[in-house]
Design a protein around this ligand. Structure first.
Ligand code: GLA
Length: 731
């Protein structure tokens, strides 16, 4: 049993393999948070950790009478009240019919379900036969109204994961206005903490940032309608000394692809509160009596073994309980994408000759990117007209795909379903389908407008069009792109008082369309994309097991991007391609081998004009594909270790779950004259097994390899890389 309940004291302890999360209901029905960390004995009640003292100046609720030590403003809570004397971050803000704004929730009942629970309309971790998960539901009632909240706690024991989400239920006879509806609050009582988050920009996503948590509120978030290039919806809190292998750390990962907030702040008594959920700006939702609002899920995980172990817990739970479908574990095809090979400048012959050359080298799928449909020879027109441009493609999409299939290639195709160009037949027929405010000139992003995905007729149109293309072409793969942020919020389908619902209804619409598409094409491999990695989040991974990591395919920049991405997301989720050098952004040349070594720590492919490669480079490609396949079980299913990231080099490794093999990739980023030797740490080996190193040929025990490390016989030069494998041997 992962959920232990003391019915007398109303203490709830959630046990995972090596962590515990405890809550307790106090004498006034407030649901307190007492502990989250390395395992404790579940019969031990830790509410005594909460030390009270006179808080007369912070305010005391009426039940406290003259006890000035009882204050909502200092108690660690699971569902912090708002408007009634807790002045810290709140989770739920209500505007009642009379205009009052109090939300004061008290415990009512509990229920345990023997499985992970889906969230209607939203992505969420799911259970399976091996690990069905368990769920604790705590119902709290608002003190003076009929609004209730059900807090959901899902437990995935093996991966040390606890999920949180909430269902808010309208009651009584009048509607209530939700002004804020976050998913999770984590109250720490005394720990000094650092906060790690991942910031960036287009083509340079997810750079790690680490700041001490202080009394000034630190918030990351997005109000762009997507999770964004700028800030990823994941936060790690950790003890200040925590590193890859040591220290306590806690992760909060949002399973949502739209606007979000994550805020952390120390309170007056030095306890830290962290909250996460849908961004309250540009959000409100009307709940009629009997209606419910489901918040998206937050995946919590904790490790006392440092950041590396925390990341591996996220990788495991994402691969096993978030990614779904035929491609969950199946080997993803090595692809060639024509975008950086041709941009918009292609015709049938160019695509076929790229396909021919790719097939000859052992590449398995051609992805036809932007420009195959409508009037689309640049980015100012055509979006929405999902009908092949027969003139450009020399015939129907079915004919083109058949020719590629005839070469032994799978066929993949690009869509940007959520968008509409003003210069398109779709816009001419349905100008009101675009999100824009009547009477105002709309703002454009990449010259395009956004479709109102909250509207069913628009989603139906898209499903019909996409399905027709997929059926005709027998496509195996879709790249689902989304190339601008959303603004000018207005939907002609929503009454004025519900206009604050659009951002969330947009996301619900996108998820619904993705779900229907996958139901119709269960074998389809989806790759998410948003100007590269602008919507790289756990929400999308429920539908697309891989996401194009960044429009920046420069191998050296990719080290940083893939490193930052790896803190939450597994390598199997990261679309990574070998691109041309010098790239137009950073104008640097990196050897083809290094480009491939970096990209194969991802869902691997090529995105360049193969006809422009010299013979020597071309000859390397079959070997690269073979190496990717040889290491696939390690990179896509194994344990991942960040080994080294400094000004001189970057190194990371993988170990098989059964510890029979491991690999390390190292890339030199800064060469120097008379170079110092490179000593690489190794991780993930069984101390008692013996392994042969592919580089040196030497055999040592896992213990010796891990403790002594590997000395590279020769220091690689600038931008050179090595992939070194370790195979178990009986020798
Ligand atoms: C986005 C994607 C690219 C490519 C282009 C096509 O920028 O990230 O990979 O598909 O759109 O317009």
């Amino acid at each position: 049993m992962a959920i232990l309940i003391n019915e007398q004291t109303l203490t709830f302890t959630l046990q995972t393999r090596s962590t515990s999360y405890q809550m307790a209901v106090d004498e006034h029905g407030v649901l307190l948070h007492t502990y989250y960390g390395a395992s404790i004995d579940p019969e031990d009640d830790l509410r005594e950790l909460i030390v009270r003292s006179d808080m007369g100046f912070s305010g005391n609720p009426p039940e406290a009478g003259s006890d000035r030590t009882y204050s909502l403003d200092t108690l660690p809570q699971e569902l912090p009240s708002s408007g009634v004397g807790d002045y810290r971050e709140d989770m739920i803000r209500l505007r009642h019919a009379d205009g009052s704004m109090a939300a004061d929730f008290r415990f009512e009942s509990w229920e345990v379900l023997p499985a992970a629970q889906p969230i209607p309309g939203l992505p969420a971790l799911y259970g399976d036969e091996q690990e069905p998960g368990e769920t604790l539901i705590l119902t709290l009632k608002e003190k003076a109204s009929s609004v209730k909240v059900k807090l959901y706690y899902g437990i995935f024991e093996k991966e040390n994961v606890i999920t949180r989400s909430a269902v808010i239920l309208g009651g009584g006879t009048a509607p209530v206005q939700l002004e804020k509806a976050l998913s999770c609050c984590l109250d720490f009582q005394h720990e000094e903490l650092d906060m790690i988050y991942f910031s960036g920009r287009h083509a340079m996503e997810r750079t790690l940032r680490r700041v001490p948590v202080g009394f000034a509120r630190t918030e990351i978030g997005s109000i762009r309608g997507t999770s964004s290039h700028q800030l990823n919806p994941g936060v790690i809190l950790c003890t200040p000394g925590a590193d890859e292998e040591h220290g306590l750390c806690w992760g909060m990962l949002f399973v949502y692809s739209g606007c979000f907030t994550a805020a952390v702040q120390k309170g007056q008594r030095c306890g830290t509160r962290a909250v996460m959920g849908i961004h309250p700006d540009w959000f409100s939702f009307t709940l009629e009596p009997g209606e419910q609002f489901c918040t998206p899920q937050v995946i919590l995980s904790c490790s006392d073994q440092g950041l590396g172990a925390l990341s591996r817990q996220y990788h495991d739970v994402i691969r096993e309980h978030l990614c779904r479908g035929a491609w969950k574990h199946a080997q993803r095809p090595v692809l060639i994408n024509n975008w950086e090979a041709t941009y918009f400048d292609f015709d049938e012959e160019k695509i076929l000759s790229l396909g021919r050359q790719a097939a000859g080298l052992g590449i398995e799928m051609l992805v036809l990117d932007d420009g195959w449909f409508g009037k689309r020879d640049g980015d100012t027109s055509g979006l929405g007209d999902w009908v092949v441009n027969e003139k450009k493609m020399g015939g129907s999409i079915g004919q083109l795909a058949a020719k590629l299939h005839g070469m032994g290639l799978k066929f993949g195709i690009w869509f940007e379903p959520e968008m509409i160009s003003e210069d398109s037949d779709l816009f001419r027929a349905h100008p009101d389908w675009a999100i824009r405010i009547p009477g105002r000139e709309p703002n454009r992003g990449r010259c395009q407008l956004v479709l109102d995905m909250s509207r069913k007729e628009i989603r139906d149109y898209l499903l019909d069009r996409i399905s027709a293309v997929l059926e005709e072409s027998q496509a195996d793969y879709v790249k689902w792109d989304m190339n601008r942020s959303v603004c000018d919020l207005y939907s002609s389908a929503l009454p004025a008082e519900r206009s604050g619902e659009l951002f969330h209804r947009y996301m619900l619409g996108v998820y619904e369309l993705l779900e229907r598409l996958l139901q119709r094409f269960p074998d389809l491999l989806l790759e998410g994309c948003s100007g590269g990695g602008g919507r790289f989040d756990a929400g999308m991974l429920y539908y697309s097991p891989q996401i194009w990591c960044s429009d920046n395919a420069d191998a050296i920049n990719r080290l940083q991007i893939q490193y930052g991405t790896s803190f939450f997301y597994p390598v199997s989720a990261m679309g990574a391609h070998v691109a041309v050098v010098p790239g137009f952004r950073e104008r640097r040349s990196v050897p083809l081998k290094t480009r491939a070594d970096v990209a194969m720590s991802g869902s691997f492919g090529y995105e360049l004009d193969l006809s422009k490669l010299d013979k020597e480079d071309l000859e390397q490609i079959p070997g690269q594909i073979a190496l990717f396949k040889q290491c696939y079980a390690l990179t896509h299913e194994g344990d991942y270790y960040r080994l080294c990231m400094n000004d001189r080099m970057s190194a990371w490794g993988f170990a098989a779950k059964d510890r029979t093999s491991a690999m390390v990739t190292v890339v030199m980023t800064e060469a120097e004259a008379n170079p110092l030797p490179v000593y690489l740490p190794l991780r993930g080996l069984d101390p008692d097994k013996r392994y042969r190193c592919s580089l040196t040929g030497t055999i040592r025990s896992g213990r010796s390899w891990e403790r002594a490390g590997l000395a590279l016989p020769q220091t690689p030069g600038q931008y050179e890389s090595l992939v070194i494998t370790f195979e178990q041997t009986e020798d």
